[in-house]
Design a protein around this ligand. Sequence first.
Ligand SMILES: Nc1ncnc2c1ncn2[C@@H]1O[C@H](COP(=O)(O)OP(=O)(O)O)[C@@H](O)[C@H]1O
Ligand SMILES: [Mg+2]
Length: 607
Amino acid sequence: MSSRKSQDRDLPKAKLSKESLKRSMRLFRYMSSKDRWLFGLGTLFLGITAGASILFPKLLGDMMDGIFIYGKDGVSQAPDQSKLEEIAQYFVYLFVVQAVFSFLRISIYVRVTEGMTFGLRKDLFRSVIGQNMHFFGTQRTGEILSRFSSDIAQIQDTFTTNLAMFIRQILIMLLGVVLIFNTSTTLALYMLASIPVVIIVALFFGKFIRSLSKEVQDITAENNTIVEESITGITNVKAYTNEAFELDRYTENSNYLRKESIKRGYWRGAFSSFIIVCLFGAIVWLTFMGLGMVRDGQMGIGELFNFMLLTTFVGTSIGGMAEQFVQIQKTLGAVERVLDIIDSPTESNDSNNELSSLKGLHFKDVSFSYPSRPESEVLKQISFELKPGKTTALVGPSGSGKSTIASLIYQFYHPTSGEIIMDNKPVSEYDLNQYRKQFALVPQEVILFGGSIYDNIKYGRPDAREEEIHQAAKEAYAWDFIQGFPEGFNTLVGDRGMKLSGGQKQRIAIARAILRNPKFLILDEATSALDSESEFEVQKALQTLMKDRTSLIIAHRLSTIKNADSIIVLKNGLVLEEGNHESLMQLSSGVYRQMIEKQLEPTDFFN
Ligand SMILES: Nc1ncnc2c1ncn2[C@@H]1O[C@H](COP(=O)(O)OP(=O)(O)O)[C@@H](O)[C@H]1O
Ligand SMILES: [Mg+2]
């Protein structure tokens, strides 16, 4: 079952190189020394069950020789009752050994594998959340997720099943071939001349069919994408009355899927005919030759039976090995991808510069381009200061780099050139966790995580008490709407929960910031989604919050800007004007002055 599941997983394979094998040996470091010892023991048990299963044909053959009148020398024999009973006893031993050791082997392998993937998962997650923003900007979320789902599941499957089956198949093949030759060399040579050839041809045939299946899989994936896109974008589909268009798109693809699947069906039919004709043909032919040898007294009927069963065992093992091999190759690929992430350096937190107080920030000739778009410079050698305890407002057209400045302060990214200085030291020299703990950010686009409103506010300071959380909600003017929900603070929000309006989400984010009580506050158009009435209220709350705190307000409302201690006008990544309201109003042809004189809000003025 599980190998079928992993076939569907369709992960890329890795080259079976010495390095990739060596690298995947690192997985064993995720096993405790006791587990490694257990793993060895489990493998020994695996050998025992493989050996026991290959004894099965031998015993059956012996049993037949015991009752059949065609004995080894072609002479008729009387059925030997005591021998039969003895063999029956061996069967019982064999099954008991098989049952006990299989149970032990599987339990041990699962236990060891789960221990290993537990550690692997944890390291992977630790490394993922420790990556810098560049990583998240360039990797697709689905890709990262599949490291956790497909890759880890692949490793799990291989360690619990595929590896065991592969070892078992090799053992059965080796032991089987020895026993086959031991039974009858002549017939063994006949066998070697036919069965492996059939199996090898079948493997190639199988590979061809798999490539057809891959094609069908791709079309199926496309088919699902159409459904997914239509459903996630259902508002658009309906608003543009494009139902018919989507249906056409879907029908066309489904029809293609139908045709390709039928084509694959023909080949699968042909494959199964081939197996019937060739493989069963070979077996019939072997039986025919073998029976001739029995007639001529060269072997007993039981021996022939033993031989035929062994041949089937060996044949199935060889046939199955290819699939296990593919799975192991895929696993090597999975291990490499997982270890690549685990090994990539995380944001460093190893500096010893403790933060005592935050004395404002100084941008010194900072230039910046996003790593994903190095050719376009977002900030061009800008310099300005954020004075301690003061409020600095940042205005400018959208796309001028305001949010980027907030990201640089947070050290989500680092300047391409120039420096951001705090207390005479570049900010990158401080312990990153300590540094970020000084801030609270109300981002432009608030994303709440799945959970209750209560937990979402608490995220600002996980050790906060209930009264503090309620107080923060009140100060952010979120109390009333929260109480308006039937479940109050326990209302679930996020992907699966209640959909909040933009303004409600912003107020929750503001409550979060209030709760955090930071030294440094960054508000990125924090009230842009509020209606003017609640904005007025929240504005008052923010005013209290900003008092005596170093704040950077990326503002879209005049009211916020006018009161700021310092105003920076940004355009195309350059600082156009800097000063307070009065000094900027002195500039006769200043941008800020024009905006005020036209009585326009920044959003309307600039865009
Ligand atoms: N993660 C990102 N990767 C690449 N380019 C980005 C990214 N975020 C923003 N940009 C680009 O940087 C410029 C400034 O964006 P931003 O700082 O968000 O502007 P603002 O906040 O002033 O509207 C824009 O041209 C935008 O397209
Ligand atoms: Mg922005």
